[in-house]
Design a protein around this ligand. Structure first.
Ligand SMILES: *[C@@H]1O[C@H](CO)[C@@H](O)[C@H](O)[C@H]1NC(C)=O
Ligand SMILES: *[C@@H]1O[C@H](CO)[C@@H](O)[C@H](O)[C@H]1NC(C)=O
Length: 559
């Protein structure tokens, strides 16, 4: 069994690097793109396939480090909770419940998202003297202020709390029959619903221009504007404190909405879902380009570490999403690689020149940013453990410091992460509450077991690989339940792949490599003993009451 390889040796190796980098702590810009399918980025396509166009992301990759084996959870809220908390999803959250749920019997974990008393990456960087700002989709909890960015270490927030909202009306979910808006601003002088950023009620995907010269504002424009303003402010600041900007785009999550001029650029694509998704990917690439241009024109670039990745694979449900993870198997909601191995890169002037243009094959997981950033910020030693959480009886960090690998300080064969623990749930509903399961294991040597949930007959779904020109109208829209196969606990009915040799997970080796399979199931059983599995509770009526009575039709903290 591979252990967590020689972390002591790594610590020794990094000591001099830490000393020098803490002298010039970089700005950290973390761009998290929503449901950004493997094949929605230009560099994962044949250059002759002109339909996919992301020139800005492609050049960031070329100037930086491509993380080719970067893993996250298969759905939004758990993946985001893992990133914020520095824990594997199995130790923080595998439930994609809505933020209105409460279980009063569990005052720490009986909510959506990250348990109270867990330290977040925002807390860590704030503690290191960073200015901290969060823009965009949160999806890590809303029940009390302590669940929101305000008390998770972020000085400022402009964004929404739910999994998604309407790009033109900012609405998400209803109370009785009334649609509720989801957009909040928190800064030094203001804390409340972003009413002044609402569009005219007539605005929508089919009505993007109003009469009398009034135009509708696409939500991404508002979010991008806030990010660019913050970068200007940072460039003009008199103090030396660096900035941590967490920019969490709504794109490319559904609904399929984007300004018409972007759709028009993809006029040759006849399938409307694929056309919208390609246009949305192009739009998000334009946003990334605007951030990079701003960093360069303000002079911030040289001392900035820029990280960009998706929160999970693209959602391949044709009639709502139309994303694509070709040539990987499956997509969002599935533990095949199309759901959990995602587009990722590290770039910016802070990346050592010797590391630029490198394609990094070592494993990195979403939970690793917390300790990686702590290390870059010069406070790595302070955050080896989350004592506040441990004292409260909660799981500790699982985050691995990847800076020695990223900076090139560690040996080319030194892997900081030997395993990725793959999360799953017993919940039958996609966004329901359930028990935490270890749904698989990936090892650095490429062996990967996916294990279905016993209460779901060991079924793993989306056992499909979509072609580069997907969706093309041939697949059923009910993709989360599409083409399930049994992935059980024995070599005879189990699923074992070597994803380093077989990236599309075509060759099931469970019978042929029964010893490896059994060893990995034993490791999964061992990990299962360590899971964190609070009951998140049920929708609480007070959420709607607060939306109606306190916030004028907007979601916000309700307890
Ligand atoms: C805070 O947000 C409000 C509302 O958008 C804005 O008017 C104000 O200028 C902001 N304050 C600061 C200090 O950024
Ligand atoms: C959680 O943290 C709060 C504030 O830091 C503290 O007062 C409380 O005792 C902690 N809860 C537990 C169960 O440790």
């Amino acid at each position: 069994m591979l252990g967590f390889v020689s972390s002591a040796a790594l610590l020794l190796a990094i000591a001099p690097a830490l000393a020098s980098s803490s002298a010039s702590r970089p700005n950290i810009v973390h761009i998290l793109i929503d449901d950004f399918g493997w094949n929605q980025v230009g560099y994962h396509n044949d250059p002759s396939f002109l339909e996919v166009s992301t020139p800005n992301i492609d050049s960031l990759k070329n100037e930086g480090i491509e993380l080719d084996r970067f893993y996250v959870h298969k759905i939004c809220s758990p993946s985001r909770t893992s990133i914020q908390s520095g824990r594997s999803p199995i130790h923080v959250n595998v439930q994609n419940v809505h933020p209105e749920v409460v279980n009063e019997e569990d005052p720490l974990g009986g909510f959506q998202g990250m348990a109270l008393n867990m330290t977040s990456v925002g807390d860590v960087l704030k503690d290191a003297g960073y200015k901290t700002s969060f823009v965009g989709k949160w999806d890590v909890g809303m029940a009390t202020r302590a669940h929101t960015p305000h008390e998770r270490g972020y000085d400022e927030f402009l964004g929404y709390y739910h999994h998604s909202n309407d790009y033109w009306q900012q609405t998400e979910q209803k109370c009785s029959l009334k649609k509720i808006k989801d957009l909040w601003i928190y800064n030094e002088t203001f804390d409340g619903p972003a009413v002044h950023l609402a569009n005219d009620p007539a605005c929508g995907q089919d009505n993007q221009e109003l009469e009398k010269g009034k135009r509708c504002q696409y939500e991404e424009e508002i979010l991008l504007g806030a990010v660019l303003d913050k970068l200007d402010e940072q460039a003009a600041a008199e103090d030396e404190d660096p900035l941590f900007m967490f920019y969490s785009t709504h794109l490319t999550h559904m609904p399929l909405q984007v300004p018409q001029e972007y759709i028009d650029k993809f006029g040759d694509i006849t399938n409307e879902y694929r056309q919208s998704m390609r246009a949305m990917s192009y739009y998000v690439d334009m946003e990334v380009g605007a951030v990079v241009d701003k960093l360069k024109s303000t002079g911030l670039w040289d001392n900035t570490l820029l990280v960009l990745h998706s929160d999970n694979g693209g959602e391949i449900m044709t009639q709502f999403c139309g994303s694509n993870n070709h040539p990987l198997r499956g997509g969002k909601f599935s533990n095949f690689d199309g759901g959990i191995r995602v587009n990722a890169l590290v770039s910016g002037g802070f990346v050592p020149s010797s590391r630029r243009g490198v394609k990094e094959e070592r494993l990195v997981a979403g939970e690793d940013w917390l300790r990686t950033y702590a290390s870059v910020a010069g406070v790595g030693d302070r955050w080896t453990t989350d004592s506040r959480a441990v004292e409260a009886g909660l799981p500790d960090f699982d985050s691995v410091d990847q800076w020695p690998m990223l900076s090139g300080e560690s040996a080319a064969d030194a892997t900081a992460r030997s395993e990725v623990w793959i999360g799953d749930t017993t919940s039958i509903e996609f966004n329901g509450d359930g028990d935490t399961l270890v749904g698989g294991l990936l090892r650095d040597d490429g062996w990967k077991v996916v294990l279905g949930a016993e209460n779901k007959m060991y079924k793993i779904c989306q056992d499909v690989t979509t072609p580069a020109e997907y969706p093309d109208g041939k697949f059923t829209p009910r993709v989360p339940e599409l083409k399930c196969r049994k992935c059980g606990r024995t070599p005879e009915d189990g699923c074992l792949f070597n994803v380093r040799d077989d990236e599309a997970e075509e060759n099931n080796m469970a019978e042929e490599q029964a010893d490896i399979f059994d060893e990995m199931i034993a490791r999964i059983d061992e990990l299962q003993e360590s899971v964190y599995s609070p009951t998140r509770g049920k929708t609480d009526k007070r959420a709607c009451k607060a939306a109606k009575n306190d916030y004028g039709g907007y979601w916000g903290p309700f307890l």
